[in-house]
Design a protein around this ligand. Structure first.
Ligand code: NAP
Length: 283
């Protein structure tokens, strides 16, 4: 039976560190604050926003929310970003993406001050992931995967790792972070040939394909650690990952469940970035 890598255990440890840092900031009269900018009423954005707001409240981080209509103009949105950039009380900013098609997403993303870029929205932050320099912050989801590996003492050094997915939000930065941890990394995508045999060779597998249950026991082998980033809704309307948990669990050594794995850690990583942004400024 595989060991379950539980998000709540990792989150509890992260939250303790965050609380200590919040207390140190509060001693200096600073309340770390997350600025949330949402365009439109997308259900998954609202649900993530609710989770982030609640986690912020629990950890002593304030939230300032700006909700804009779906038909907001580029100029109006840029003006909001300029305002949060100049607002000393806001330390980190979360802008929900993708943005509506009429907006130039790249221009808007890069308008944010990198020091407030707590979810790796700007090219500057992304360059930090590749260069190892502390520019902005790494994306929260792949960092959550690394936090899980660290918490459970899974050493990546010299290990073969496979990342399924090459998006800029998850797959590519996850691969970079694994290299940083001295793993030997292969990235799979829709053009990868014979993916099952590639994934089987790995000791650490991170799956971020956005396809419910595509990785099953035919891709997996004994001794593997599997981190499932996927969040999908199955035919029965239930949340499920990109890994077929029921088939994978008897085969591998350790696995994250969905729900209860990466997702909850991601929120604490985000709040941790807001607090770190405030600390970089004042401590
Ligand atoms: P994405 O932008 O759609 O990228 C998916 C990647 O997976 C692409 O690189 C694609 O390859 C690859 N892929 C798709 N189907 C594949 C297949 N059958 N075989 C091999 N590769 C395949 O998705 P994303 O934004 O990276 O998100 C991935 C998943 O993570 C989604 O389920 C999303 O909901 C979830 N997610 C979770 C969190 C969290 O906090 N837990 C946060 C963000 C995202 P090509 O490049 O060749 O098309």
């Amino acid at each position: 039976m595989a060991k379950q890598l539980l998000g709540k255990e990792v989150t509890a440890a992260l939250n303790e560190k965050i609380k200590a840092n919040v207390a140190a900031l509060q001693e200096k009269g600073i309340t770390p604050t997350l600025g949330i900018i949402r365009v439109g009423e997308n259900g998954s954005d609202i649900s993530y926003e609710r989770g982030a707001t609640k986690r912020c409240e629990t950890l002593g981080v304030a939230c300032e929310k700006t909700v804009l209509p779906e038909d907001v103009t580029q100029e109006e949105l840029l003006a909001v970003i300029d305002k949060v950039n100049k607002d000393d009380k806001i330390h980190g900013v979360l802008l929900f993406r993708p943005l509506p098609k009429h907006l130039n997403q790249s221009v808007i993303e890069n308008a944010l001050d990198p020091s407030k870029d707590v979810d790796c929205m700007t090219d500057g932050s992304m360059s930090g992931v590749f260069t190892g320099k502390k520019i902005g912050f790494p994306p929260c989801t792949p960092q959550a995967c690394m936090e899980i590996l660290d918490f459970y003492g899974i050493d990546c050094t010299g290990k073969k790792a496979v990342v399924v997915g090459r998006s800029l939000v998850v797959g590519k930065p996850a691969a970079m972070m694994l290299i940083q941890k001295n793993a030997t990394v292969t990235v799979c995508h829709t053009r990868t040939k014979d993916m099952p045999s590639v994934v089987k060779e790995a000791e650490i597998v991170i799956v971020a394909a956005g396809r419910a249950g595509i990785v099953d026991d035919t891709y997996l082998s004994a001794g593997q650690t599997v981190i499932d980033v996927g969040i999908n809704v199955n035919a029965e309307g239930k949340l499920c990952g990109d890994v077929d948990y029921a088939k994978a669990e008897p085969v591998v050594d350790a696995i994250t469940p969905v729900p209860g794995g990466v997702g909850s850690v991601t929120t604490s990583v985000l709040v941790g970035h807001v607090v770190e942004a405030a600390m970089r400024k004042y401590m």
